[in-house]
Design a protein around this ligand. Structure first.
Ligand code: SAH
Ligand code: SF4
Ligand code: F3S
Length: 484
């Protein structure tokens, strides 16, 4: 079939977690191979993709209202193809065509490899295209799992959003079935990728100049894969990729408290490239709530885990997620979550108001009974507490020198347009080994290198400092202070 003429301008909008950011990056890379070009102008695009999230209702509303806004675009642009991909596509399926009849393409998280072909087909046939995996109850575990394919094609270096950092998927799906959560439905059964494939992907990325890899999984520390008769756990995988030449930092998110085993903590302690930073969401500090959420641990067990983390990896930063206003959360339950934050002084916490999700266990069992204004108040109170703690703990860094992997221009510098100027010094941003954001002035060429920064000031979210200058030769090419 001959190709319908169009300008190959692609507009893509991504919401949701890091897994979605990676998916978008890979889909964009695949489409660029077919001569598509990215545009930020939705009106100039002849292919519009939304990579969607269903974890909270708000994320879905955002997409449906965006879809509403472009409803009439097709009248003047008959070649336009509009696609919905990702978690909402897998969850809502045909419903998307009902709610937004101008959509041409619905592609679930387990079928992303189909996108280039389906875009072409939608454009030439003008017929709706779908590629979806089976529902969780749509067959045996094996057949459902097989219908979700991990999408990990090789990436071209120039197509990555950051030349020095990359996400690497090590597993897909989730089998934990927390009662509030849609992810086991939208991402399918938990499946770990073979360690040899992950290791070779990390090697390729390192050859392309990547210095920091972040390993991704919904419950990343539940990783388990048997290859050539040997079982690899998360700790084994870290060891396997640790000595990859060129890689300087390794992170992994998100951890499930119950699977935070000693061998993993020891690996984080013993492998110098692995960041001393663990994201291990607690969700609540109340046993009744944890039970209703079916998280599989009690507060005492979470405490025991925190004690093991602190004893094994001194100085390790821990961050958390909390849900406020989950079904039946009393004021007392909420105060218990506040007490948990006081006790463990997380580096930061992501705080969410409970959002009732059709199809989840909680939705079938209990009413969403905490009024919105109460959720909002609890959310704000918790945020204030966490911010106070983050600020107090960041203050400990004032007067110290931290080692930072420079990521490039800060958001402020980018907004001001400094990043594109020839200025020898702009505001830069990077992170410490314990995942704290550091902002400092320096030459844009420092991007991708390790620098030492003296910390002068802080906020709840950021350390502010200046580059240690004693090792820098002024004038010509800067001699970077590389810290191993
Ligand atoms: N796999 C990760 C997180 C996935 S979703 C984990 O298990 O930790 C990211 C966060 O969204 C969760 O940690 C939880 O705090 C929040 N979340 C999930 N479902 C939610 C819901 N229905 N309402 C509000 N927040 C929710
Ligand atoms: Fe959702 Fe729980 Fe799985 Fe995390 S562990 S993705 S919160 S079901
Ligand atoms: Fe959202 Fe899907 Fe991630 S529901 S949080 S984009 S796994």
């Amino acid at each position: 079939m001959s190709e319908t003429p169009h300008n190959k301008q692609l507009y893509i909008e991504t919401v949701g977690c890091q897994m979605n950011m990676l998916d978008s990056e890979l889909v964009v890379a695949a489409l660029r191979k077919q001569q598509f070009e990215l545009t930020n102008d939705i009106k100039a695009a002849d292919t519009i993709l939304f990579n969607t999230c269903s974890v909270r209702e708000h994320a879905e509303h955002k997409i449906y209202s965006q879809l509403g806004r472009i409803k009439f675009q097709k009248r003047s642009r008959p070649n336009l193809v509009i696609g919905v991909m990702g978690c909402m596509a897998q969850k809502d399926q045909e419903l998307i065509f009902e709610k937004a009849p101008h959509v041409d393409l619905v592609v679930g998280t387990g079928q992303l490899g189909e996108i280039p072909k389906l875009i072409d087909e939608a454009r030439s046939s003008r017929e709706r295209q779908t590629a979806l995996s089976l529902d969780r109850k749509g067959g045996s575990r094996e057949s459902v799992a097989n219908s979700f394919e991990s999408y990990d094609p090789l990436r071209d270096p120039e197509m990555r959003p950051s030349p020095y950092q990359a996400f690497v998927r090590i597993m897909i799906g989730c089998d934990k079935f927390c009662t509030y959560c849609v992810v086991p439905m939208t991402r399918g059964p938990e499946q770990s990728r073979p360690p040899s494939l992950i290791a070779s992907e990390v090697r390729t990325l390192a050859e392309q100049g990547v210095k920091e890899v972040t390993l991704l999984g919904q419950t990343v520390n539940s990783y388990r894969h048997t290859e050539d008769g040997r079982e690899y756990r998360m700790s084994d995988l870290l060891e396997l990729i640790h000595d990859t030449e060129g890689i300087e930092r390794i992170k992994f998110v998100t951890n499930y408290p119950k699977d935070m085993t000693d061998d993993l903590l020891q690996a984080v302690r013993d492998l110098p490239k692995v960041c001393r930073y663990l994201h291990v969401p607690a969700q609540s500090g109340c046993d009744d709530q944890l039970k209703a959420m079916k998280r599989g641990y009690t507060v005492a067990e979470y405490r025991e885990m925190m004690q093991r983390i602190n004893a094994t990896i001194p100085g390790c930063a821990v961050s958390s997620d909390f849900i406020v206003g989950f079904c039946g959360e009393s004021e007392e339950s909420f105060q218990k979550s506040m007490a948990l934050i006081e006790e463990f002084r997380f580096k930061n916490s992501f705080i969410f108001k409970y959002s009732e999700r059709p199809g989840t266990k909680a939705n079938g069992l209990w009413p969403d009974d905490i009024p919105e204004d109460v959720k909002k108040r609890r959310n704000n109170e918790m945020l204030d507490l966490q911010n106070r703690i983050s600020e107090e703990d960041n203050a400990e860094f004032i007067g110290t020198t931290v080692q930072v992997l420079c990521e490039g221009a800060s958001k402020t510098a980018t907004k001001r347009g400094d990043a594109d100027s020839d200025s020898p010094s702009i505001q830069l941003v990077g992170r410490t080994d314990c995942d704290r954001i550091v902002v400092f002035d320096g030459n844009p060429r420092l991007a991708g290198s390790m620098v030492e920064v003296d910390v002068h000031d802080i906020t709840a979210t950021t350390l502010l400092g200046s580059i240690v200058t004693r090792q820098i030769t002024h004038g010509m090419e800067i001699d970077l202070p590389v810290v191993s």
